[in-house]
Write a protein that binds this ligand. Structure first.
Ligand SMILES: [Zn+2]
Length: 419
């Protein structure tokens, strides 16, 4: 199977090369904004829409008028116009879908931060030495080997640093693994996540630390006078911290997803797009706002290249339902303990993780979700949690059944006693 993989490396650039890269970025941004202006103007004045080819055909004449564009690779310039075209296509597609997207915007100096060599022209890689035509040489910090054949090369600025991203086509042979171990994962507020095995993954302390620091620095930024030198300095400091936080988040997501994929054949997590607002709202206050989507994306591709499974399930009722008997019990967010009449006693998040595991399993084996799923007999389930109650030998109603608010635990108990 051929897959696309992006390898990102830090660049070591001299001052002159950095200035040159900045200059190219500036030219690309100018072109982007001019092309955007042309599209808007053409529509407003003549009601015509301009497409990518109309604009790309103008590049030679632009170079006649503005000779500085001769100093930038022509494929790089074409890629700028293609980006704009993509922005418009995405905009119209989303309008068609009934969403309310933002109109493609003019790019400010701090916003436009990368340019791309869309093919094999204009760059050369020799060991750790990257030569960019009309720009110069720089060294790559090759922290990991590059695999596959390079399709595009993107140079990116992040704060004070420069990076290169190689998009490569990699051939991978993926044997499909028979699922022998599986796990459910519930993201929480107190802990970053709880696994169905009962293990808790704590919020990383370093992230908490830098978030607190970011808050202080941002408050200090708000007090600086606009246009002052000290404000400029502070802006740089805040940007650096943001970069640090983003990297720490990414690092954490990589490490946890790697560990899960290595130790389980199937991992089930929540699809937070389907979650109830209460949970989302509380997550926004914690570490999860940006991190969880990324975590899922990392896990999914890691699982895919290991021949394993990474599934997302609908998290509805997963924290309200009893993992022992399937009865739905309303719980406040502050209630940290799950205790049921059937004798199930465990941590709230652990309970939810077990439910997520069960949902994931039924999704994997392709059972219609409204069906009853048998619970492992013998008091111990695949995740090693022992259930002492006799309920474990009964049938477990799957979670995606409609909320049985009137299904009172007492009456259900009575009914089953009669069986
Ligand atoms: Zn129960």
């Amino acid at each position: 199977m051929l897959i696309r993989r992006t390898y990102k490396y830090r660049l070591r650039v001299s001052k002159t090369t950095a200035a040159r890269l900045d200059w190219v970025l500036w030219q690309c941004r100018q072109l982007y904004n001019a092309a955007l202006q042309e599209r808007i103007g053409a529509y407003q004045m003549r009601r015509v829409s301009v497409n990518y080819y109309d604009q790309a055909n103008q590049l030679p004449s632009i170079k006649e008028v503005c000779p500085e564009y001769k100093e930038v690779g022509s494929h790089v310039l074409q890629d700028v116009l293609r980006r704009l075209d993509k922005a418009f296509q995405n905009f119209f597609r989303r309008v068609k879908q009934g969403q309310t997207p933002g109109f493609p915007r003019y790019q400010g100096r701090n916003r436009y931060d990368s340019f791309t060599f869309p093919d094999i022209a204009g760059w050369k890689l020799d060991g750790d030495r990257l030569t960019l035509s009309k720009i110069g040489d720089c060294r790559i910090i090759l922290h990991r080997p590059l695999e596959g054949s390079i399709k595009t090369v993107t140079i990116k600025r992040e704060g004070q640093h420069w990076y290169v991203c190689f998009s490569c086509e990699v051939e991978v042979a993926v044997p499909t693994v028979a699922v022998q171990s599986e796990v459910g994962l519930d993201v929480g507020l107190l802990h970053w996540a709880t696994l169905s095995s009962g293990e808790q993954i704590a919020n990383p302390r370093y992230l908490r630390k830098s978030l607190a620091k970011l808050k202080v620095e941002q408050q200090s930024l708000a007090l600086k006078r606009r246009g002052s030198n000290r404000r400029k300095q502070q802006v740089r400091r805040v940007a650096e911290l943001h970069r640090r936080v983003a990297n720490q988040r990414k690092d954490f997501a990589h490490k946890i997803s790697r560990r899960l994929v290595d130790s389980y054949d199937a991992v089930y997590t929540e699809d937070l797009r389907l979650t109830n607002m209460v949970k989302l709202h509380n997550m926004a206050l914690s570490f999860h706002d940006a991190g969880f989507g990324m975590f899922n994306a990392f896990g999914a591709y890691k699982a895919a290249s290991a021949g394993k499974l990474w599934l997302q399930v609908n998290p509805r009722y997963t924290s309200q339902t009893c993992s022992g008997c399937g009865v739905i019990q309303k719980k406040e967010l502050s209630e940290r303990w799950h205790s049921c009449l059937c004798g199930t006693e465990l941590d709230r998040d652990h309970n939810a993780a077990i439910n997520i595991l069960r949902l994931g399993t039924s999704l994997r084996v392709g059972q219609p979700t409204a069906m009853l799923t048998p619970l492992g007999v013998g008091g111990s389930r695949c995740d090693g949690v022992s259930v002492t109650s006799t309920w474990s030998q009964r049938w477990y109603p799957c979670l995606q059944r409609e909320p049985a608010s009137r299904r009172h635990p007492q009456s259900k108990l009575a009914k089953l006693r009669h069986l």
